[in-house]
Design a protein. Sequence first.
Lengths: 179, 179
Amino acid sequence: MTSAPQVPTLRFETLDGAVAAMRERGLRLSTPRRLILEDLFAADGPVSAEYVARRLSLDVASVYRNLETMERHGLIRHVHLGHGPGLYVLVGRGEREHLYCEGCGAVRTVEPEELDSLRDGVRERFGFSVRFTHFPIVGLCPRCAALETVSDGASHAADPEHQHSHGDHVHSHSHPHGG
Amino acid sequence: MTSAPQVPTLRFETLDGAVAAMRERGLRLSTPRRLILEDLFAADGPVSAEYVARRLSLDVASVYRNLETMERHGLIRHVHLGHGPGLYVLVGRGEREHLYCEGCGAVRTVEPEELDSLRDGVRERFGFSVRFTHFPIVGLCPRCAALETVSDGASHAADPEHQHSHGDHVHSHSHPHGG
DNA sequence: ACGCTATCGATAGGAGCTTGCAATTGTGAG
DNA sequence: CTCACAATTGCAAGCTCCTATCGATAGCGT
């Protein structure tokens, strides 16, 4: 799933709709395939292949193959939130873009329109057409940003051996791998 | 190097300056260490650990350890440009931020001030403090964006099995892995 | 019900990075 | 300059995330 295919996203609201879309495109509806789709509908955000495979007792290779197939056919997309595995999400109701906090892992999901002025600014200045579907905007969430400024100039700032790693506490926002 | 340490960047212009900075901080100047520093000064952009190790005939594990140490001490930073290995770069003259084209891999390096208004906009709207040093802004460079709109609605758009993968041609902009 | 072939699970393999460990080598003290 | 000790090294194994191969299984059109 290393690269993001440039495929038009299919439109669907329900599991049945997604299934119908798959069958129209000549894809078989194997049991694993259907289970994976159901799991994606049940999930409330992007989930990893590993997580899906574990929950459904499916072979992880098979899950990757299926996710890749579904992505090629425009049913799902994957996003890279910081380090860690790629995370997959349905796009039947439209693609979302993401803000990712590298302090605590929190994810803020936004509608594309919310980033349009930013997009226009970048296009004007640099000519780049940017989207934060495949790779998010990365930074610090309000909470982590506050912690950061507080600890700026703290005593051990000159002692990198004893970094305060606030990278493991989790704001209850979102647990991407666990859906 | 998986996470990005929040360490103040050291200031230095020359190799000697960097060496002095290291020694001040109690780091030994082993031969591999000095070679790696020299190589980073010789490079004209971010380079991978693998690349440095190969060029200098050093063990890749040792190179990773050294890069991590130097990063912890604020001499260098790493950036993740799309998929592929992390890339390391000196920060003695200040950190840069990056725009990355996921079409062709081109990298546009920019001074932080050039993104300040964007940064302010994101902070106002979402409260996030964003920096594109560790993870770049990802999108399509002007050239790839043009190709994209041209091929939109092309005949094979409905045939994902035969995607045109324009992901391999390289605009001569930059070859990050190769320095 | 049958047969074609897409898809499956199992297994091996590769890229990128980390860790454990014994051997080596900077470095500061004498 | 020499010594001793800890920092650092190369090597090898290992980990995570993902891809490829392959014989077996099971959708799906007829």
